[in-house]
Design a protein around this ligand. Structure first.
Ligand SMILES: C[S@@+](CC[C@H](N)C(=O)[O-])C[C@H]1O[C@@H](n2cnc3c(N)ncnc32)[C@H](O)[C@@H]1O
Length: 222
């Protein structure tokens, strides 16, 4: 998997790329490449944005700037590539979308700033517009990291310990529900003890208990 992230702030990803699970993924051949949107702008003095037609506060990232950045990296024909513009109002990112994106050989993430992208970026250059939640961040960098992180951990071998990705929140193994509770030592913490079933050594019963807790969480508070 190759994930190119177009951004005005490539430096934000230095920390992300150093994290162990991301380094693991890179070690086995996956690529995460931050691309500076400003580096290929066709405008003078590194300009990438402009004032909005119709007036209003803030600046808008220009469509010709994004077009030039994509063309510099991929040429005129982007083929079947998924180009995902990050925007608060887009399709909500969830585990199913992470799994879908993990099936792609390559992904492009467009990380916005200011008032966001000119709408023609969403309509003409992107294949998808994705939101990580109903709130507004200062920029798409954190959103891109969320998407890249969730997608990378779906890739075979990327975690270094396969089982953890098979049985976790929203997985098929847990019927799409949140994961069951975990406990470790101490057994008794200020009178709050660990459920006895987990100490029973009866694997079938432990499994049944965990599935039931997971289903309960999936049903939400009653
Ligand atoms: C300040 S936001 C723009 C907000 C926009 N004016 C609005 O009200 O919807 C700047 C950039 O941050 C990113 N961003 C902010 N919140 C996001 C979210 N919840 N999901 C995905 N991207 C987000 C987008 O790339 C966006 O272009």
């Amino acid at each position: 998997m190759r994930i190119d992230i177009f951004t005005l702030f490539p430096g934000w990803f230095e920390w992300f790329l150093e994290q162990r699970h991301v380094r693991n993924a890179l070690t086995i051949g996956h690529v995460v490449d931050p691309v500076d949107l400003r580096a290929t702008t066709p405008l003078k003095a590194g300009q990438v944005d402009d004032t909005p037609y119709g007036g209003g506060a803030g600046m808008v990232i220009r469509v010709d700037v994004v077009e030039a950045a994509l063309a510099a990296r991929y040429g005129a024909d982007r083929g079947e590539r998924r180009v995902i513009a990050l925007a608060p109002g887009g399709r909500r990112f969830d585990d199913a979308l992470a799994a879908e994106l993990a099936g792609e050989p390559e992904l492009t993430l467009l990380s916005g700033r200011y008032e966001g992208f000119d709408e023609r970026v969403h309509e003409q250059l992107a294949t998808d517009v994705v939101s990580i939640g109903p709130y507004v961040l200062a920029g798409g960098e954190l959103a891109a990291m969320v998407v890249a992180d969730a997608v990378l951990r779906k890739l075979p071998g990327a975690l270094g310990h396969e089982e953890s990705a098979v049985e976790e929140s929203f997985s098929e193994a847990l019927e799409g529900a949140p994961e069951y509770p975990h406990y470790t030592r101490p057994y008794d913490w200020h009178g709050h003890t660990v459920p006895e079933i987990l100490l029973s050594g009866d694997h079938a019963k432990v499994r049944e208990w965990r599935l039931e807790r997971s289903r309960e969480r999936g049903r939400g508070p009653t």
